[in-house]
Write a protein that binds this ligand. Structure first.
Ligand code: HEM
Ligand code: HEM
Length: 226
């Protein structure tokens, strides 16, 4: 009887998966989704009344990226930056099924890093962007006109890269979930993936502290945007 129970227990555990995405990164992800969607919608609707909402959403993205960067050093086992390195060989091998199971797949790493960089450029440029009418990014006052023009040009076009990368991100969830019957999207809700790895470890106090630091950065940007 006992060996059977153990086997069943093992199978149940394997089905349940192991915790890879700790709660601070899941909360971060859903805040990011909300802030980026709001920034995109309010940026693209030509209504000056929405620009306030736009800059708030954009500054939230900046603060969240600061959180992600610091969490990349002090965060959970698999969300540390050193788990985000890959090679072209590993990228190709993923599609041939040759890679060992790991917390992040090689294409997953490429997409995550590209999305984070695109968001950093877009929101970073936003801080120095002006619409020449009513709205200035909070840091416009600290740089010369040429720099503002350069940042505004980047900001006026950079969002297209962000949209394309989000499109790829969502298509990947859809393809895995619907066609490959592997609902990977659930991992950002439950934090769990079906992998034979030890679960993530992290310090809650560090997460709370870094969220406070990000909040202060948001407050500082808000102060300068008045
Ligand atoms: C990831 C975050 C952000 C996204 C996705 C985003 C997206 C956009 C989009 C799509 C536009 C319209 C561009 C166009 O008309 O061609 C826009 C305009 C603008 N954004 Fe952002 N933005 C972000 C962050 C920010 C930040 C942080 C600020 C400043 C705090 C900011 C300030 C502005 C301003 C002032 C404009 C008007 C520019 C103009 O009329 O030429 N944005 N943004
Ligand atoms: C505005 C929309 C979205 C943005 C900007 C976004 C952004 C991101 C980023 C930057 C990551 C990488 C996290 C990291 O490793 O640090 C990520 C991962 C992830 N996202 Fe999103 N996301 C969006 C929408 C969604 C939606 C709607 C879902 C689910 C239905 C989703 C599910 C996931 C999952 C499952 C992962 C982990 C992927 C993996 O295991 O490699 N995302 N997302």
């Amino acid at each position: 009887m006992i060996p059977n129970i153990t086997a069943e227990h093992q199978m149940a555990k394997q089905k349940q998966g192991v915790l890879i995405w700790e709660w601070p990164i899941r909360v971060w992800h859903w805040l990011l989704v909300f802030a980026v969607t709001t920034a995109l919608v309010t940026g693209l609707i030509p209504d000056l009344d929405l620009m306030n909402v736009h800059t708030w959403a954009g500054m939230t993205v900046v603060a969240l990226l600061v959180f992600r960067l610091i969490w990349g050093f002090l965060g959970g086992t698999y969300t540390k930056l050193r788990h985000y390195f890959t090679t072209p060989q590993q990228f190709v091998n993923h599609f041939r099924g040759l890679n060992n199971p790991a917390a992040h797949t090689s294409p997953g790493i490429v997409l995550a890093v590209s999305l984070l960089l695109a968001l950093a450029v877009q929101s970073g440029a936003g801080l120095f962007t002006t619409d020449d009418v009513l709205t200035d990014g909070p840091l416009v006052q600290f740089v010369d006109d040429d720099a503002v023009e350069f940042a505004s040009d980047i900001h006026d076009h950079g969002w297209k890269f962000v949209v394309v990368l989000i499109g790829i991100h969502l298509s990947a969830q859809l393809i895995y979930g619907v066609f490959l019957r592997n609902p990977i999207a659930l991992a950002m809700f439950t934090g769990r993936k079906r992998l034979a790895l030890p679960k993530t470890t992290f310090a809650t106090w560090k997460a709370l502290l870094i969220y406070v630091v990000s909040g202060l950065i948001f407050g500082l940007l808000l102060f300068y945007s008045r």
